[in-house]
Design a protein around this ligand. Structure first.
Ligand code: ADE
Length: 346
């Protein structure tokens, strides 16, 4: 097992126990994650699809079909993989597309899987082509083909794998090759969470962190979390610090306001990077349309960060538009930044 592969095993009570984990990567993050489908808040249709598929697989004593999750970061793709492994009673092995540099890296992982285990591959769209070739027979026939020697002496040996379930996660389903995409029996997109779900997640996480939060505080936190549970949990910890140091230790809308203003998170939940992105289109490129590469170059940020992290939420709340000739700022973006809207004369 390589350092890039983290292994989890579920104990007899179905609670995840962790082994081989770098100390700085875990319990904290995991502790706020739901461990059962019934504790999962939001994504009701995805949860129901999976509950049915899991129950049916358990009834038939078969492994669950391979599952592909698509959606922006922080919406629960990894959490879902943990829950699937937990509910199926299997071990979870975690890796990512870019960590699998050579076919051998993947072979090592695959041959260590036990019956009913779950292999989670994050950022699966970044799996090198040569490694992807090994995935096809592994997913379809639960086998890998070893090739010995070269040229006329080449011989292949098929090695049987245990029946496992692969869970893939991607922010860019369009970059997945059709043969890989088609080998997943279950494909679900995770969408941004609505305010009501985020309020519930804030309250659940606050209870787990043992901090008091009132309805106003939970609502304000929900409004500023870009529709994303991971952001709720991250900001909640900053607000908790603020409430404990600068207030009476309880979270209300005033503490959320004050703590998140300090963090640079505004009333719509936009961060400094979001606002720099909008300012670049409006001030530097006169509102657009402008190509993503030009915006990235001006901001000195990775294009992938802008496409995967920044743009999905700005598109969702209608602050930008993507047209065939590039990105454009919507009127609402000018309003949000307090800038006068400049009518273009063609
Ligand atoms: N923590 C993070 N995401 C969650 C979710 N969807 N439901 C419950 N708790 C969560």
């Amino acid at each position: 097992m390589t350092d890039d592969v983290l292994k989890y095993s579920s104990d007899t009570e179905g609670i995840l126990t962790r082994s081989n984990l770098p100390v700085d990567q875990e319990p904290d993050i995991l502790s706020l994650r739901p461990e059962k489908m019934s504790d999962y808040i939001g994504q009701a249709e995805v949860v129901e699809t999976l509950e049915i598929a899991i129950q049916a697989a358990l009834l038939r004593e078969e492994p669950l079909e391979h599952v592909l999750f698509h959606g922006p970061p922080g919406l629960g793709k990894t959490t879902m993989a943990h829950i699937i492994a937990n509910e199926m009673g299997g071990n979870l092995t975690v890796t990512s597309g870019p960590a699998l540099e050579k076919g051998g890296d993947l072979l090592g992982v695959l041959t260590h899987l036990e019956e009913g285990d779950v292999l989670f591959i994050d950022e699966i769209h970044r799996t090198p082509k040569a490694v992807e070739e090994f995935l096809y027979p592994a997913m379809e026939d639960f086998a890998v083909d070893f090739i010995f020697d070269k040229g006329v002496h080449a011989r292949s040996h098929r090695y049987r794998l245990k029946n496992f379930t692969m869970v893939g996660a991607t922010t860019r389903v369009g970059l997945l090759s059709a043969p890989l995409r088609d080998r997943f029996g279950i494909f679900r997109s995770l969408d941004f969470y609505d305010e009501k779900d985020l309020v519930q997640i804030s309250k659940r996480s606050a209870a787990l962190l043992d901090i008091a939060i009132d309805d106003g505080g939970a609502l304000e936190l929900a409004k500023r979390s870009r529709g994303t549970p991971r952001i709720v949990n991250r900001l909640l910890k900053r607000v908790r610090d603020y409430a404990q140091v600068r207030s009476d230790g309880r979270i209300n809308s005033k503490t959320v306001h004050a703590a998140l203003d300090l963090e640079g998170v505004d009333e719509k939940g936009l961060s400094n990077l979001d606002r720099r992105y909008l300012n670049t289109i409006i001030r530097f490129y006169k509102g657009g349309p402008v190509g993503i590469e030009a915006i990235a170059a001006t901001l000195q940020e990775e294009t992938d960060t802008l496409v995967d992290v920044v743009e999905p939420y700005l598109l969702k709340i209608g602050l930008i538009m993507r047209t065939s000739s590039g990105r454009k700022a919507a009127d609402a973006a000018y309003q949000h930044l307090g800038l006068p809207f400049q009518k273009k004369i063609f």
